[in-house]
Design a protein around this ligand. Structure first.
Ligand SMILES: [Zn+2]
Length: 181
């Protein structure tokens, strides 16, 4: 079946909601944020990207996910700010000082409230809001992934440490990857 552009957008926007429904333990907050605006969400003009999906679902390069779910890090700590703070999608979206500049760009479009419900509400009603959050996600997640690669390289360079099989490196991210449009 060949989908028109708008059909494809509707399906892919729904994909984020479906993914959240399918992993209720980690995505309960996202399900709750989308549900009140579900109709607008599935009809919204934006299309999810790989990094945007990570920022909304929390399934991706966040300390908590890398530690608790895929067990690739020894702690859930944020590597980008004060030692000991747990790195979650919420911490990345709303708090981590490392991302203050890209976060400020989001605030200029959607306002000071960057909670998940406010962000989802803004994105579902505005292509500009969708785009600015997607740009934030690309900037921040690219930087977090680059930092993770550096950590991996420094661990792999130690001869005694067990090296993780390279092929399986990004396996946890494949599940949430989206085919390019
Ligand atoms: Zn941080």
């Amino acid at each position: 079946m060949v989908l028109s552009g708008s059909d494809k957008q509707i399906l892919t926007a729904l994909d984020i909601y479906v993914e959240a429904l399918e992993s209720p333990n980690s995505s309960r907050e996202l399900v709750a944020a989308i549900r009140p605006v579900l109709r607008d969400w599935i009809e919204c003009p934006g299309a999810p990207t790989y990094h945007l999906t990570q920022v909304l679902t929390g399934h991706g390069c966040f300390g908590e996910y890398l530690f608790r779910v895929v067990r690739r890090e020894p702690t859930a700590e944020c590597h980008h700010c004060v030692s000991g703070i747990v790195d979650t999608a919420r911490h990345t979206r709303e708090e981590c000082p490392a991302w203050a500049v890209p976060r400020a760009a989001v605030s200029t479009v959607i306002g000071a409230d960057l909670s998940l419900p406010a962000m989802v509400r803004a994105m579902s009603g505005s292509e500009q809001a969708w785009r600015v959050v997607a740009t934030f996600a690309d900037i921040v997640m690219s930087a977090k992934e680059a930092a993770e690669r550096e950590r991996e390289d420094s661990v792999d360079s130690l001869p005694i440490r067990r090296r993780r099989p390279g092929r399986r490196r990004r396996a946890h991210l494949v599940a949430i990857d989206r085919a390019p449009p």
